[in-house]
Ligand binder design. Structure first.
Ligand code: G6P
Length: 606
């Protein structure tokens, strides 16, 4: 989704801004722009990739040491030069980059137009510089504070005013912003990955806070305009983690990272002796968790699929009823909650607007709110009562891979933890943990030797795909379909194997292949009947099954073998072929795997 970079310092701003924008490319965008202040104020904008912006900048490289830049993911107004940020007032002296949505933009625009302001874009953002211009009496900090009382909605903002060129103004409400404190330079960004190259010392702004930053100084104010003290925090991620390390794409790198990322998710969290999980982030709420009678999991996209796997695990092994909700719907429900309900938000980025809105609502109603989040210090991690971090480093590819396997692993740890607080035996706890700790080696084994690229070559021309699975692997059917849709733009649908015959089987013919996730588990025989149903309607079948189970070779057109593990942990292994299949199909079709069209990595709007 939209990205922001701002720079004020002793060095040239342009390379820092452009490099920052490139680091944010993975979030998804359709146009970009820069405003830079040197001898004069210059702005450059382009539709498309950052290289288009570089072409527009051409030889014009400014010596300016202060500037703001933006990648835009269109919400109000199509992707165009006019709609690209930064946006300015009538004089061009005030420049603004903005993430989020200003909800009262229409009425503000009308009001400002009546006062004679001329608008040049269709964006909601443009009301901000005009409003600043309207109220400005020589103090940009004070003016922005007034503007923040008027605008409604979500924003991460950086403002530059040519009349006060020694500072940038930064404000946050619902859209993340981080201020990197370097040596004689300050770098602002919507995501730490754009800052890491310059400094690991950062300030995370909270909702309602505003900051005035110079190259060597900063002041932070709360929503009531009081000066407040903020801690400077250290980012734990390294710059190497946001490079491709020799892989053609971030997605491939992240798929291959999974043996290691999975290990990092459970390292230090397993007590074999006690057959339980040691989840430091839950210690303070452990007693409350013992009394929990119901769990609601709230998430979006891939994280929602994890939640569905978690539902099977938690109900079967911890004996707790679980519901899994799309955050975008949950936020509008009036859920029935009490002190014995735990709501778990699952989010890789920790910034997804719908997930955040969902948990804010339930916090007011007294439920215990937990997070399974990857991004340390992110908004969701700070809004929850307690939680567990994934510890997998940044996930850059829009199509989520290592976050999925890690989230399922954390849900397995949580299942053991809650199960052992209840009826799970020591032996069962030990067994699950042993199998979990064996998974990295099994993923490695699969990654080293598989037939996925060949299968992708065979089927990449298909226009439709069905993905089918049962029980623990049913959510994987949805996840496999989502992966393929996201990056290869092939229509794909995920089904519960048993549900196919109730209508959707009408779609099947010679040109409509089905991907079955059919490990040798408690529902294998049932899956087998569903495979036969597809085959008897001339549909091709690609089946994922457990190593050693040769019986499928007689029925399916192609078989993929994954190592054996516990039924509840199978999704962690079975998702790898689905990730690789989507990856290879997209690559063969020549698509930009890491930056799929129309998508954003972190969706910070509703
Ligand atoms: C976006 C991404 C998906 C991701 C979903 C939830 O739609 O494209 O890959 O699964 O957001 O993201 P989160 O950061 O909350 O896990």
């Amino acid at each position: 989704m939209c990205g922001i970079v701002g720079y004020i310092g002793k060095n040239k701003a342009m390379p820092v801004l452009l490099d920052g924008l490139r680091k944010l490319e993975y979030r998804g965008y359709d146009s970009s722009g820069v405003a830079i202040f040197g001898k004069t104020l210059q702005t450059f904008k382009a539709v498309g990739k950052i290289k288009e912006l570089e072409k527009v900048i051409g030889k014009n490289k400014s010596d300016g040491t202060i500037g703001i830049a933006h990648t835009r993911w269109a919400t109000h107004g199509k992707p165009s030069k006019a709609n690209a940020h930064p946006h300015s007032d009538c004089t061009g002296k005030i420049q603004v980059v903005h993430n989020g949505i200003i909800e009262n933009h229409a009425e503000l625009r009308e009001l400002l137009k009546k006062k004679g302001h001329k608008f040049h874009s269709q964006t909601d953002t443009e009301v901000i510089p005009h409003l600043i211009e309207d109220l400005y009496k020589g103090d940009i900090t004070q003016t922005l504070q007034e503007v923040l009382q008027i605008i409604k909605g979500a924003y991460g903002l950086v403002v530059f005013c040519q009349d006060e060129p020694e500072k940038l103004l930064v404000a946050r409400c619902g859209s993340p912003l981080v201020i990197g404190i370097g040596k004689h330079e300050t770098v602002i960004a919507s995501d730490v990955s754009a800052i890491l190259q310059h400094t690991k010392q950062v300030i995370y702004l909270e909702d309602g806070e505003m900051a005035e930053v110079g190259y060597d100084n900063f002041r932070v104010f709360d929503a009531k305009r009081n000066l407040i003290k903020k801690d400077i925090e250290s980012v734990l991620w390294n710059i190497e983690e946001i490079s491709k390390k020799g892989f053609e794409h971030f997605m491939l790198k992240e798929i291959f990272q999974q043996p290691e990322s999975l290990k990092n998710s459970f390292n230090g969290r397993i007590s074999f002796e006690n057959g339980t999980a040691k989840l430091g982030g839950l210690t303070e709420v452990a007693d409350r968790l013992r009394d929990v009678e119901r769990i609601i999991i709230v998430a979006c996209g891939t994280a929602w699929h994890d939640g569905l796997v978690g539902e099977y695990m938690l109900e079967e092994y911890a004996g707790i009823p679980v519901e899994v909700e799309w955050a975008s719907e949950f936020r509008y429900r009036n859920p029935i909650l009490n002190k014995r309900t735990a709501v778990i938000a699952i989010s890789q980025s920790g910034e997804t607007a719908d997930t955040l809105a969902g948990i804010k609502e339930v916090k007011n109603k007294g439920a215990l709110v937990l997070g399974i989040v990857n991004s340390v210090g992110s908004t969701i991690s700070r809004e929850t009562d307690a939680g567990v971090y994934n510890h997998i480093g940044p996930e850059i590819s829009v199509a989520s891979t290592k976050a999925f396997t890690s989230q399922v692993a954390i849900l397995a740890l949580l299942t053991v933890f809650l199960g052992r607080q209840r009826r799970m035996s020591l032996v069962m706890g030990k067994r699950i943990l042993k199998e979990l700790s064996d998974l990295p080696e099994k993923i490695d084994e699969f990654l080293k030797d598989n037939n996925i690229e060949r299968i992708a070559k065979k089927y990449h021309k298909a226009k439709n795909f069905a993905f089918l699975g049962r029980k623990y692997c049913q959510p994987l059917a949805n996840e496999g379909a989502l992966k393929l849709k996201e990056i290869s733009y092939i229509h794909a649908e995920g089904f519960a194997s048993g549900e196919m015959k109730h209508g959707s089987i009408a779609l099947i013919d010679k040109k409509f292949p089905s991907f079955f996730i059919a490990p040798k588990d408690s529902v294998y025989e049932k899956n087998l009947s569903n495979i036969e149903e597809i085959k008897s309607r001339s549909g091709d079948v690609i089946a994922i099954t457990t190593k050693g189970n040769k019986s499928l070779e007689k029925i399916a057109d192609d078989v993929i073998y994954i190592p054996k593990t516990l039924e509840m942990l199978t999704p962690i292994l079975a998702t790898i072929p689905l990730q690789l299949f989507a990856y290879h199909v997209a690559r063969i079709k020549g698509f930009d795997v890491d930056k799929p069209r129309n998508l954003a990595k972190s969706v910070t709007v509703e």
